[in-house]
Design a protein around this ligand. Structure first.
Ligand SMILES: [Zn+2]
Length: 112
């Protein structure tokens, strides 16, 4: 049995009818899916149309991330609260964490 026929001759008209009936074509796999679909049922790709809930670039400071930087800060400013650390991290980049900056920081946060 020949199974090399991937596209039926009437595939195009089926698609056209489907699209006319409120369906749309997935830009990723070209399957016909519902127009309201935000995620393709065939290839599971997210369709960019609607608001994307994933990868929301949050500006929140993740102090929970135990980076070397934070560890370093904790060592130097053991009395600093999480909130203060967050403010600190927001204000100073890692490369700004110079001895001069430390003095300012100590002053600012009333540490030591
Ligand atoms: Zn798809």
């Amino acid at each position: 049995m020949p199974n090399a026929i991937l596209i039926k001759p009437d595939q195009k008209s089926i698609e056209e009818k489907a699209i006319a009936g409120g369906m749309k074509k997935c830009p990723f796999c070209a399957e016909i899916i519902k127009d309201e679909a935000v995620k393709c049922r065939y290839c599971h790709e997210w369709l960019g149309d609607k608001e994307q809930s994933e990868s929301t670039e949050s500006s929140l400071i993740s102090v929970n991330e135990e980076s070397e930087y934070i560890k370093n800060l904790r060592e130097h400013f053991s009395s600093m609260s999480i909130d203060q650390l967050a403010v600190f991290k927001e204000t100073y980049n890692e490369d700004e964490y110079t001895p001069e900056a430390r003095v300012v920081i100590n002053d600012e946060f009333d540490l030591l």
